[in-house]
Design a protein around this ligand. Structure first.
Ligand SMILES: Cc1cc2nc3c(=O)[nH]c(=O)nc-3n(C[C@H](O)[C@H](O)[C@H](O)COP(=O)(O)O)c2cc1C
Length: 420
């Protein structure tokens, strides 16, 4: 019986373990998690979401405080168009984050960065260009284009000296999205090196509408795979979303996938950036505590635990400090929803905004507990202590479980004296 370890992913000259741990912003897929994945021979991701904030936490820099100071005068103004990112500082923060990560890399695997087009940052093109180019300058092994169609993203970096060296891939949820991307990028004379096909059970934002339950990963992967074969698009296809055991992964690899991208099982590892008490929320959750809703101002549906503190919260928009979702005219769907509620409840000390959330602030504070649909099975991957706490796992343990397990079995960790 085959298992994941019987397969290898070939990317250019490199042979890798066919496990990619997906990007999880904001610093949920930490450098530590990516480094551990690379050490074990797979591909790890850091994320380019809110990197100045991540840098402040990681390196004690003051990007957020300084930006807030600069735009403090605008706090009560609901027009946020003046709030601009300083591109030099954005480059500096990205370089710092990526350089430190790459300098610590050990082993034969790779470290990629997940770049989300939906982080429009009040200047979509300019900020995406800086984020990608700085990561390339700082030695990143690859860039996974996410949360968007990325029709112009290759042209933002085509004159970079590492354009043909850095591995470049895209996440799509349909054949149509892949076809559009390939057509638009063709002009740069470069194909992507891999394509991640993300199905409707994934964590984070979904590339589907609220009818996501009508789609399934196996069918989408088969359709894209067959089109790629017919059209000689000879690059690894990497399914993602709901791949919970080594057996699930092996099924895709046997059907011709180059690797699998996984994330939810790593949310309860010690290396994951979520606070420990949030990891316990992931462990105890059940299917009926997981929802897909439309509160993200990006416009994409997002999956999260129903008891995420961000849901229904009415915090004042914090764009002067963050502002990652401001569109090119300085607005964000949350600002509109917040203003509407303030106007409807004059004089109220606290308001609640139910239809949208201040994604930047709440992701920064780990108050949106986004997860894949399989999060309800996480409790089956570990042991529970006498005090009710579930034992956190090491990334190595989860990685090896994917690699070596058969028959849908999940290897439980050896008991620890201090479960958390
Ligand atoms: C907590 C969490 C955060 C995520 N954040 C992002 C993100 O910032 N960008 C992105 O492209 N995908 C994101 N994802 C999706 C994953 O990278 C991955 O493709 C997907 O979750 C795989 O499915 P699985 O979680 O069922 O294994 C996130 C997933 C989780 C669980």
């Amino acid at each position: 019986m085959k298992r994941v370890d019987d397969f290898r992913l070939r990317l250019g000259k490199q042979e890798l373990v066919p496990i990619m741990v997906g990007g999880m912003g904001v610093d949920i897929s930490t450098a530590e998690l990516a480094l551990e994945t690379a050490r074990l021979g797979g591909i790890g991701h850091i994320s380019d979401a809110m990197v100045p904030t991540v840098s402040d936490r990681r390196f004690n820099t003051k990007y957020v405080k300084d930006k807030l100071k600069l735009y403090k005068h605008n706090l009560s103004n609901m027009d946020k168009s003046v709030v601009q990112f300083n591109l030099g500082l954005l480059a500096e923060a990205t370089t710092r984050h990526v350089e430190a990560t790459m300098a610590a890399k050990r082993g034969n695997g790779l470290i990629f960065i997940n770049c989300m087009e939906k982080l429009t940052m009040n200047a979509p093109k300019e900020t995406l260009r800086v984020r990608m180019r700085s990561a390339m300058d700082a030695g990143i092994d690859g860039i996974t284009l996410a949360a968007g169609l990325h029709l112009g993203s290759f042209s933002l970096i085509e004159d970079h000296p590492r354009f043909h060296e850095v591995k470049l891939g895209i996440i799509v949820s349909s054949l149509r999205a892949l076809q559009l991307f390939l057509k638009k990028s063709e002009r740069t004379g470069r194909k992507p090196d891999y394509v991640v096909v993300e199905g409707p059970l994934a964590g984070g934002h979904l590339g589907f509408g609220m009818d996501w339950a009508q789609y399934d990963l196996t069918t989408i992967v088969a359709e894209i795979h067959s089109w790629m074969k017919t059209n000689q698009v000879d690059i690894p296809l990497i399914p993602a979303g709901g791949i919970f055991t080594g057996t699930d992964a092996t099924r895709f690899l046997e059907a011709g996938a180059g690797a699998v991208q996984v994330a939810t099982r790593f949310t309860v590892t010690k290396e994951c950036g979520l606070p420990d008490e949030v990891k316990q929320e992931y462990f105890i959750t059940s299917e009926d505590n997981i929802e897909v809703n439309q509160i993200s101002p990006t416009g994409y549906p997002m999956r999260m635990l129903t008891n995420s503190p961000a849901i229904g919260d009415g915090i004042r928009p914090n764009c002067e400090a963050f502002g990652y979702l401001l569109d090119s005219s300085g607005s964000c769907q949350y600002i509109e929803a917040f203003n509407r509620e303030v106007a409807a409840h004059p004089g109220a000390k606290r308001i609640s905004v139910k239809d949208k959330t201040c994604l930047c602030t709440h992701m920064r504070n780990f108050e949106i507990w986004t997860c894949g649909q399989t999060a309800a099975r996480l409790k089956d991957t570990t042991t529970q202590g006498a005090d009710g706490h579930y034992q956190l796992l090491s990334a190595e343990h989860v990685f090896n479980d994917y690699l070596f397990s058969t028959d849908n079995k999940i290897e439980l960790p050896a008991a620890e004296s201090h479960p958390c």
